[in-house]
Design a binder for this molecule. Sequence first.
Ligand code: PEP
Length: 234
Amino acid sequence: MKIIAGNWKMNGSKQALKEMTAELNKIDTDNAIILCVPFTMLGAETGKINLGAQDISNHEKGAYTGEISGAMLKEAGAKYVIVGHSERRQYHNEDNDIVRQKAEMAIQNGIIPIICVGETMEEKQAGKAMEIIESGVKESVPNNSNGHIIIAYEPRWAIGAGITPTHEEIEQAHSLIAKTLHSLELDETPILYGASVNGLNAGDIMSLNNVDGVLVGGASLKPDDFISIITSIK
Ligand code: PEP
């Protein structure tokens, strides 16, 4: 079984979600389809499509204006939540420590965190990609994870850029993540690849070693593009 997760970022509408899920529900597939949507769309009726959020507070409750707690997300219908996305790391200065706290909150509330790790272009060029990926996993995965997490390898330089690493580079990163998860006794954890996935490259990427699915940004917003990714699984 593969996992195909979409990240709508700050896009879409309730109507767009209704139209997307109507199309997705027509697909005959045993694979898991997740759409991580803005908070306001979480209550929607989506059939067999699971909904996730894109952020969660690292606090339980209290005077944190604008934040949303794990309990609130659960009540709103989120089954998953993306934590540590590159855009949160870049625009909100989130580091592995905060990401781990957020993942902990998700797990405490029965929500599966999709923990994103990946290197910037600067880190790649400095030969530090593997180090960043390994420390990303070690420092962002909480102790209470108990197998209820997903890791997404998202090379930050490739997000929204229309370019991807080579297949060898993806396999190298995923193999390191699998090895790191093994050392944490989390062998069953699915590892997704994310960044510039589309209907043309998804099938090949999902056939690579240790790739259990994909996290899709831009191409998850258009039914035809997202369906072509889902149906490209070999
Ligand atoms: C993302 O932002 O998680 C992502 C994978 O984006 P894109 O597919 O647009 O590169």
